[in-house]
Design a protein around this ligand. Structure first.
Ligand code: AMP
Length: 266
């Protein structure tokens, strides 16, 4: 597995390849969810590139950024074992040589006003900035992202349109623990007890109303809830709770850790 920290070195390596490239951007602390994206890329592309970069511009909460798990050595081992061809792990100054004060902005419209956009102001601008920069560096054929971050996929698709990109965005299903907890790097910050309590999210998707879902989260140790919402899976427009086909999305805090998850009911 080739390893790069400098964009210029990554680019000169990839330029000569002449192969189809699958790209998996991550923030590290890798788990089976990330590795499923690597596998999907490997099965469709000649070369798989993974980036590890904890992007400061997408954290609206500085504490969340400071506490984000960093496990580079273990990540590199997992990627090697998974058959990833190239890993790119730039520093903040490599990605943002001119600082982060004056960055490109994207007209995301409605998408930025709802759900994660509403509760994490600026988050999706940061996501678009970093994914746009990474795509310029890697110039992949396909981009692999997980449905765990459902709204993020819609946002990145919009960014690709706004930038006239020809990259194909491939969405991959959410990988869960055997019990149903969506794998997330932030789960590393939960106690064993909190991981069991957090299963209330998965079980809650079967409850008949938003209020029953919220009550169940509160009864199971969640201290606060940003939203439980029911939307059209295509447009993300809100619709009557549980009216199929629909997508139920949730964001809630347990042990100070903000978890998100979603499930399509068809
Ligand atoms: P992150 O490192 O959390 O920024 O995630 C990097 C990529 O992995 C994103 O496209 C996520 O949607 C995806 N991802 C994270 N967790 C999961 C999961 N449990 N199942 C599938 N994809 C995931």
């Amino acid at each position: 597995m080739k390893q790069f920290q400098k964009t210029s070195e990554l680019q000169s390596y990839l330029k000569s390849s002449g192969k189809s490239i699958g790209f998996v951007p991550t923030m590290g602390a890798l788990h089976e969810g990330h590795l499923a994206l690597i596998e999907a890329s490997r099965s469709a592309c000649d070369l798989t590139v993974c980036s590890i970069f904890v992007n400061p511009t997408q954290f609206n909460d500085p504490t969340d950024f400071d506490k984000y798990p960093v496990t580079l050595e273990a990540d590199l081992e997992k990627l090697q074992e998974a058959g990833c061809d190239v890993v790119f792990y730039p520093s903040v100054s490599e990605m943002y040589p001119n600082g982060t004060a004056d960055l490109k902005s994207y007209d995301l419209g409605f998408l930025e006003t709802i759900l994660e956009g509403k509760y994490r102001p600026g988050h999706f601008q940061g996501v678009c900035v970093v994914v746009d920069l990474l795509l310029q560096a890697v110039q992949p054929t396909k981009l692999y992202m997980g449905e765990k971050d459902y709204q993020q996929i819609a946002v990145v698709q919009k960014m690709l349109e706004l930038t006239n990109s020809s990259v194909e965005l491939v969405r991959c299903p959410t990988v869960r623990s055997a019990e149903g907890l969506a794998l997330s790097s932030r789960n590393a910050r939960l106690s064993e007890e909190q991981k069991v309590q957090a299963l209330a999210i998965y079980k809650g998707f079967n409850l008949p109303s938003e209020s029953a879902f919220k009550q169940s989260l509160l009864d199971n140790g969640f201290e606060s809830i940003d939203y439980v919402a029911c939307v059209d899976p295509q447009t993300l427009q809100e619709k009557p709770y549980g009216e199929k086909p629909c997508l139920i999305l949730v964001a809630a805090f347990i042990g100070g850790v903000r978890l998100i998850d979603n499930k399509t009911l068809s």
